[in-house]
Design a protein around this ligand. Structure first.
Ligand code: DC
Length: 216
């Protein structure tokens, strides 16, 4: 593989992009950055400090001071953290504050995988491999509901579906780097796929991109 191979994996909440990114990381021996965790960490830190999630400047200050080495907190995986993340992610100043960190991760000499919403469009527009992972809102809600239940969060499936719809609308409707498929991203709809099938399909997409790059 040529050095510096970057794989951009974007898609809406609970589409399977995180699982796919991790499977690709294992298959290709590349480090993975779940960029949603950055926004989750900012949202949680701001809320914990009593800040207002709609205050762009306060959120940007938290983002500028973010410790990217401390993203493993289980509190970042909750439903509340997802909602907080989606709100702070709408601020252009927050996105700007997190840009260098993501670009430096992508610039690792051996290459990297980043998953998020704007990796293929804004963070790494030149990535040689781009996937846009999606699934129907109903399928995504069920997956997220199972995941939350596994973490001990009791919440109704209908509420999770409502959350997903609100987040889709906010993530896709915002002015700053909205969730949109890059023109050169390959669409992978995981609605009807098992994890294995989705991971295999993603691997094939990346293999094809890698072969194209080796030839170029
Ligand atoms: O992927 P996730 O559910 O952990 O993301 C949480 C929120 O963070 C999501 O609603 C939108 C935002 N986000 C973003 O705007 N850009 C990214 N690259 C990653 C996440």
């Amino acid at each position: 593989m040529k050095p510096g191979f970057v794989i951009a994996v974007d898609g809406p909440a609970a589409s399977g992009k995180g699982t796919i990114a991790n499977r690709l990381g294992a298959a290709f021996g590349l480090p993975v950055l779940d960029t949603g965790l950055l926004y989750r960490a900012v949202g949680v830190a701001l809320a914990r400090g009593g800040g207002d999630l709609d205050d762009a400047e306060a959120a940007a200050r938290v983002a500028r001071g973010l410790d990217a080495g401390a993203l493993e907190d289980p509190a970042f995986r909750t439903r509340e953290a997802g909602e907080a993340a989606s709100r702070v992610a709408a601020h252009a100043a927050v996105r700007a504050a997190l840009l260098d960190l993501q670009r430096s991760f992508a610039a690792r000499p051996g290459g990297a995988i980043l998953d998020g919403r704007d990796i293929g469009t804004v963070i790494c527009p030149d990535a040689p491999a781009k996937l846009f992972v999606t699934a129907t809102p109903e399928v995504r809600a069920e997956r997220r509901w199972r995941q939350l239940a596994g973490q001990g969060e009791t919440v109704g499936l209908d509420d999770v579906l409502a959350d997903i719809r609100v987040r889709d609308a906010r993530d896709a409707g915002r002015d700053a780097a909205p969730l949109v498929r890059a023109a050169d991203a390959v669409l992978l709809d995981t609605s009807e796929l098992t994890i294995e099938q989705a991971a295999d399909a993603a691997r094939r997409i990346v293999e094809a991109a890698r072969a194209r790059r080796e030839r170029s």
